[in-house]
Design a binder for this molecule. Structure first.
Ligand SMILES: C[S@@+](CC[C@H](N)C(=O)[O-])C[C@H]1O[C@@H](n2cnc3c(N)ncnc32)[C@H](O)[C@@H]1O
Length: 255
């Protein structure tokens, strides 16, 4: 019950993410001697108990001590990378089921968390994959997860949201519309991205969060797939049952 993300009521999540952003840029809770690899090895287990069992991930599960701790008891700030979010799970499922979408393409996974979607892209034949997350501990976790699954990824902790990017064929956003304000920041960015690179395909995974469903940008999205969340995912994400994969496509409108 006391899983980290369950503490995060929609409104406070963005504030937590803001604090994460600060912690990733100068106010880290980590001591200089902190060993991230060791921390991840000792506080997670390798799990395939999710919607993409083809991918092994270091996750905090009910068998891990941190599962029952409060966010403040954790030595690293907000370990979002240690959970596999429902929007990321359905997006990754979609990539594994439709590898053609990324085959021989350059792929950027923004807010990559545990890195599952990026790993799926590498597994299904993407030419180049960059996993991007502003949390440096997430970067370490992605590196470890990539190794577990024998794939090569590039990893970056730069804040790319807001930047004009030209070099990507496909961009993933797994569960990044968790808050109204952040959803607006992202949708403004998507507009800019589309203007600077009209051929880039932008794929979004979301489990029907209010901040996503009610956002005006939703009318610019086209649903490409829908999955029932599996039992574990439903149990861990109270009230959510389905996850959609959406393509940002202002030329089509969907409701
Ligand atoms: C809800 S989690 C989703 C993780 C993953 N995509 C998944 O679905 O499992 C959001 C992630 O976005 C990252 N994040 C927040 N702001 C970001 C930014 N400006 N650029 C890149 N990553 C960011 C967080 O560190 C966190 O790992």
């Amino acid at each position: 019950m006391l899983k980290y993300k369950m503490y995060f009521k929609p409104k406070t999540l963005y504030q937590r993410l803001n604090s994460l952003f600060r912690s990733c840029h100068g106010e880290s809770r980590e001591k200089p001697s902190f060993d991230r690899i060791r921390f991840i090895q000792e506080n997670t287990e390798i799990s395939t108990n999710h919607m993409t069992p083809e991918i092994k991930l270091h996750l905090i599960t009910p068998r891990c001590a941190l599962w029952d701790s409060t966010a403040d008891q954790c030595p690293v700030s907000d370990p979002f990378w240690a959970f596999y979010w429902p929007g990321g799970q359905v997006l990754t499922r979609y990539i594994l089921d439709h590898g053609i979408v990324v085959k021989d393409k350059s792929v950027l996974d923004v807010g990559s968390g545990c890195g599952a979607s990026a790993i799926a892209a590498a597994m299904t034949g993407a030419r180049r994959v960059l996993a991007n997350d502003i949390d440096p501990v997430a970067a370490t976790a992605v590196k470890m997860n990539a190794k577990l699954n024998s794939v090569n990824l590039e990893i970056s902790t730069d804040n790319l949201i807001g930047q004009r990017l030209h070099q990507w064929d496909v961009i993933f956003l797994g569960d990044m519309f968790y808050d109204e304000e952040f959803a607006s920041t992202i949708s403004d960015w998507l507009k800019t991205l589309r203007q600077s690179n009209s051929s880039c395909q932008i794929l979004i995974g979301d489990p029907g969060r209010f901040s996503f469903e009610e956002h005006p940008a939703k009318s610019l999205l086209h649903k490409v797939a829908e999955y029932e969340l599996d039992e574990v995912c439903r149990r861990e994400n109270n009230g959510l049952t389905l996850g959609g994969v959406w393509s940002y496509d202002p030329s089509r409108t969907t409701k």
